[in-house]
Design a protein around this ligand. Structure first.
Ligand code: PEP
Ligand code: MG
Length: 544
């Protein structure tokens, strides 16, 4: 038995076989598409991206291994432009109406086969190059893996996982996550918490060197402990812990149906964070008072092309109907930074967290935002909807949001599509700039919701993805608390309300401070609702 220690980011225990997730293994799925032109566009963009990369590699190789060694990348560049190769990919896309990944992989197989059956040694060797190029192209498309990689319930072991990789797994079959890298504030860690799946991150490289596919693993997501091929004593201990957790959960269940009220009578809302309609069951089971953050970008991430208005409408309607009149706050698309989907064709950025993400992308490409808003407003009559916008920085962005909402409403009026007149509009406070001008922004909106994950990242100038600077990433920093308090005072002055939907909302050591600041709502993973209710009911706020 071997033992490894990392950072537990989601409690609970798991025992099951290891699945080693390797990014190099491209599993290409044949996916039917409706819009072949868009697929061809994706292919062209992937080609450009691959060519840029190859040119960079060529320059580097030229310095490091000289002209002869670097020549191969010139050949790759030429092959990328090979007319027969390109024509074949386009033909497969158009005639078979399939995704670009599939068309590239079939073309590469055919070409590799053709080369390897040639007599000329030089040409024979080109087979491997074709495969290399096709893999580069497919990676540049950023949508390589299928969601059906798990054959049985397993514990996923990886170097690191991006949010889109995480969501592509079949959730029902994930027993736990272990990554050798990654940080507690990454979206992958948040996803694990939201899915309520035991997760340990930052275990170190030696872990993957010592674990094979199929090895039995026992994971304690609270202690951050992992046992490879555990002995029977350890298995018993882990199972006992699971039972203890179960008992605690049973105790908490007694709080179902009870109010979120402090010892001295202050009531607050405790809502749930969700990724999509598949989380509704967990929300209902958790006894949440509403949905405080629906990260709508996950509707876009698990796709090869933009979800249309109707598809989005159905998803929003489903959540609103299921919550039967309880508040549902849906955040508009927050794509960019670590959440990427190939079909957005976003340029690579040197500092993606400071780049074109969230509202910025939506304001640059308003047609995307408008489609989403049309779907949201059309669904609004099925429940109590709040819409909030991420990553606001400037006052003019707030004004522009109001203007776009007005435009969308008049389009719906013109089309005779009904919508509720009570939709609340809010923004996330995730940048220090927004908190500092919250007095002005408060006049435009009904509510604020503090995204403490990003507010911490931007206030502390610490990348939330970077595990090497975790000791500098102090989410309790006085500066962050001041910005939250400032925002609360601003919105209350205008008669609005304020919530917190970042990970700090579930930090029980801060509950008292937040309540004292006047926070009206806390939104956490469904699994944390009752723990938070318990804490609120044991807290005294006083007169402030
Ligand atoms: C946040 O930044 O705190 C937040 C809730 O948004 P996300 O984690 O999705 O960026
Ligand atoms: Mg955020």
């Amino acid at each position: 038995m071997l033992k490894f220690i990392g950072k537990g980011v989601c409690g609970g225990t798991a025992i099951g076989p290891a699945v080693i997730y390797k990014k190099e293994e491209l599993k290409i799925k044949r996916i039917a598409v409706k819009d072949s032109e868009n697929e061809i566009l994706r292919f062209e963009k992937a080609k450009k991206k691959s060519a840029d990369m190859l040119r960079e590699i060529y320059e580097k190789a030229l310095i490091e291994v000289g002209e002869t060694g670097a020549e191969i990348f010139q050949i790759h560049l030429m092959m990328l432009d090979d007319e027969d190769f390109n024509a074949s990919v386009r033909r497969i896309i158009v005639h078979q109406m399939v995704n670009a990944e599939y068309a590239i992989s079939v073309t590469a197989e055919n070409f590799a086969h053709m080369f390897s059956s040639m007599d000329d040694h030089y040409m024979k060797a080109r087979a491997i190059d074709v495969k290399d190029i096709s893999e580069r192209l497919i990676l540049a498309l950023d949508k390589a893996r299928g969601s059906d990689t798990l054959e049985r319930p397993s514990i996923i072991c990886a170097r690191d996982l991006t949010p889109s990789e995480t969501v592509l797994f079949d959730k029902e079959k994930i027993l736990g996550f272990i990554t050798t890298h990654g940080s507690a504030n990454s979206h992958t860690a948040i996803l694990a918490r939201n899915m309520n799946i035991p997760a340990v991150i930052g275990v170190g490289d030696s872990f993957l060197l010592n674990v094979k596919e199929g090895d039995l693993l026992a994971v304690d997501g609270r202690a951050g402990e992992i046992f490879v091929e555990p002995d029977s004593e350890t298995v018993i201990k882990i199972r006992e812990k699971e039972n203890e957790n179960q008992e605690k959960k049973e105790l908490l269940k007694k709080l179902r149906g009870k109010e979120n009220i402090t010892l001295d009578g202050k009531k607050i809302n405790i809502f749930a964070n969700i990724q999509g309609t598949e989380d509704i069951g967990a929300v209902l089971a958790s006894d949440a008072g509403g949905v405080g953050l629906f990260r709508s970008e996950f509707l876009y991430l698990d796709k090869d092309t933009f979800p249309g208005e109707d598809e989005q409408f159905e998803a929003y309607k489903k959540v609103l109907v299921a919550m039967s009149g309880k508040k549902v706050i849906i955040r508009t698309l927050d794509i960019g930074a670590d959440k990427k989907a190939g079909y957005f064709s976003l340029d690579d950025e040197e500092n993606p967290a400071l780049g074109l993400r969230g509202l910025r992308l939506c304001l640059k490409r308003p047609e995307i935002l408008k489609t989403q808003l049309r779907a949201l407003f059309s669904a609004s009559k099925f429940g109590s909807l709040g819409i909030m916008f991420p990553m606001v920085t400037n006052f003019w962005e707030g004004e522009r949001i109001i203007e776009i909402v007005r435009e969308v409403k008049s389009e719906l009026d013109r089309d005779g599509i009904p919508y509720s007149g009570d939709v609340e509009l809010g923004i996330m406070i995730e940048t220090p700039a927004a908190a500092l001008i919250s007095d002005k922004l408060a006049a435009l909106f009904d509510f604020f919701s503090i995204g403490t994950n990003d507010l911490s990242q931007y206030t502390l100038a610490c990348d939330r993805q970077n595990p090497n600077i975790e000791e500098f990433f102090d989410p309790y920093h006085e500066g962050i608390m001041k910005l939250i308090k400032m925002s609360a005072d601003s919105i209350h002055k205008e008669g609005g309300w304020i919530g917190i939907c970042g990970e700090l909302a579930g930090d029980l050591t801060l509950t008292e401070s937040f309540l004292k600041m006047g926070i009206d709502e806390l939104s956490v993973s469904p699994s944390e609702i009752l723990k938070l209710r318990d804490k609120v009911r044991k807290t005294k706020v006083g007169d402030n």
